[in-house]
Design a protein around this ligand. Structure first.
Ligand code: NOJ
Length: 514
């Protein structure tokens, strides 16, 4: 694993919505460069940036038209290189978003693969052998070219699936992962990775990483494929990091990924904490961390054995904003948890100031219900909250215009703000070795409220108690407790082995003599 991941704290940037410096209503690379000091001062030392490549933007850039060229609206390849360099100058790292599962229908590879004559790209995508045959288990594109076949799609109808083969080919059109077509797709993706790593990026967040080999229920062939790619990367670029969008660490980490995210799809543990009818993180106090904890325990052991990390994101461009339906106390409590768990924390842009989900927006660039989580960043009290000098009607997505919407400026000035609490929590994480990404972790109590766990390093042991519900709670440990190193809420107290955890609060206590 790349050394820098040991203390990485990530900030996810959706480039469209972050900071516009040329007044066209859409964010750009220069805008990110100008905010790097803000990101660093908040405590983040690593960035994941959503796709920034040439694209017709039918899925906000997850429909790539040219993997080796940036989208003009963000800047040139040279500007992106400058962003890499500016990050490195500040001792920060940056991951690009790699979309290996599909391209846009407008990609040159797909255009050539649509030709009826056999050519270099004939097997780059999954095509059936005649137009009336559907690819097994997948939607398809058909009737748009003279090639007599149907092309499988991976996500939206404009995103044809690249061909990495089938785990167990059953039909004539299905190829083995090691057949020449799938092998040349694999080589092409390695070449794309090499291109950006040579330019200075520090690795990739990999889109739909589990989707490459088709009809592979246990992911055996997908894991082998990733082992080949990550193995190549580790030998050529040992400091490059690979994070998978897979949501099942038991598979992704076996494929050689350094980290995997827990996600809103896949096992329900993550949603049960934040996004369900009665989440654990709510003053209503009707949730439980049990489902999450049981899944986490099983995966954590495997992750540790494989030397990988499990990341719990505050949100991302596909999920409802963390702030949706939550008040400030509840949000602070979420971050007391997110910033004390092992693995590298990931905070979605704007979550650090509690940006809200904007209701009722018309879909932008394939966002649909996700559009409300992708609105322009709210910086200050100038026009368009400092996001852009464009006319309001020209903004990429309509901005939150509720009168009490947060901005960075307001939150910086308010000593009691979510933003200032997050700064405090990140500082605490950095200063206490027990809270570092790789330090030990163990659940102590996870049935209802409070949630209690231990973090431990060679020098230190901390008991972390998180109580999102609306009533004070107490917890008695089997160890002598020491000092409170952090508390959230009124009246936190420790006496002997017992901790009092305020309503919608948290208490971190050192263990005596450790
Ligand atoms: C997952 C991405 O996060 C999402 O935004 C995208 O629409 C799909 N993959 C398809 O690439």
């Amino acid at each position: 694993m790349a050394k820098w991941l040991e203390n990485a704290i990530f900030y996810e940037i959706y480039p469209q919505s972050f900071n516009d410096t040329n007044g066209d209503g859409i964010g750009d690379f220069q805008g990110i460069i100008e905010k790097l000091d803000y990101i660093k001062d908040t405590g983040f030392n690593a960035i994941w940036m959503n796709p920034c490549f040439d694209s017709p933007f039918g899925d906000a850039g997850y429909d790539v038209r040219d993997y080796k060229k940036t989208a003009a609206r963000y800047g040139t390849n040279e500007d992106l290189k400058r962003l890499f360099d500016e990050c490195h100058k500040r001792d920060m790292h940056i991951l690009l978003d790699l979309v290996p599962g599909h391209t846009s229908v407008e990609h040159e590879w797909f255009k050539k693969s649509m030709l009826p004559e056999i050519n270099e790209y004939t097997d780059r995508y999954i095509w059936t052998n005649n137009i009336w045959e559907q690819p097994e288990g997948l939607n398809c594109i058909r009737g748009i070219s003279d090639r007599d076949g149907s092309a499988a799609v991976n996500f939206f109808s404009s995103q044809p699936a690249l061909n990495y083969g089938y785990a167990q080919p059953k039909f004539a059109y299905q190829q083995k992962p090691t057949d020449p077509g799938p092998m040349s797709t694999r080589a092409a993706i390695k070449d794309v990775m090499k291109f950006w790593l040579d330019m200075g990026c520090d690795g990739f967040r990999v889109d739909m990483a589990g989707s490459l080999v088709k009809c592979d229920p246990e992911y055996k062939e997908t894991i082998k494929l990733w082992q080949d790619i990550t193995g190549y990367l580790k030998s050529e670029y040992p400091e490059a990091a690979m994070v998978s969008e897979w949501g099942e660490p038991q598979y992704s980490l076996a494929g050689g990924f350094d980290m995997d995210f827990l996600l809103h799809f896949g096992p329900e543990g993550y949603n049960s904490m934040f996004r369900c009818a009665e989440p654990f993180f709510s003053k209503r106090g009707k949730g439980t961390p049990k489902i999450f904890a049981e899944q986490y325990i099983a995966n954590y052991e495997k992750a540790k054995a494989g030397g990988g990390l499990i990341c719990i994101p505050s949100g991302n461009h596909d999920m409802d904003r963390l702030a949706r339906g939550r008040d400030w106390d509840e949000l602070k409590c979420c971050f007391a948890f997110l910033l004390t768990m092992p693995g590298a924390p990931f905070v979605y842009y704007g979550d650090e100031i509690g940006m809200n989900y904007v209701e009722g927006l018309t879909s932008v660039e394939g966002g649909y219900n996700r559009t409300g989580s992708r609105t322009p960043m709210q910086w200050d009290s100038t026009a368009n909250d400092g996001f852009s000098s464009a006319d309001k009607t020209q903004l990429y997505i309509k901005q939150d215009d509720s009168p009490d919407r947060p901005t960075v400026e307001k939150q910086k000035l308010d000593t009691d703000s979510l933003y200032n609490e997050i700064i405090k929590l990140i500082k605490l994480r950095n200063e206490n070795t027990a809270l570092h990404n790789l330090s030990e972790f163990e659940f102590v109590s996870y049935d209802g409220y409070p949630l209690v766990y231990r973090r431990k390093s060679a020098e230190q042991e901390l008991l972390i108690c998180i109580n999102p519900c609306g009533d004070d709670k107490s917890f008695t440990d089997n160890e002598e407790l020491g000092e409170i190193v952090y508390s959230l809420g009124e009246n936190a107290a420790v006496s002997g082995r017992t901790v009092n955890i305020p309503a919608s609060g948290a208490v971190f206590v050192s263990i005596k003599n450790k």
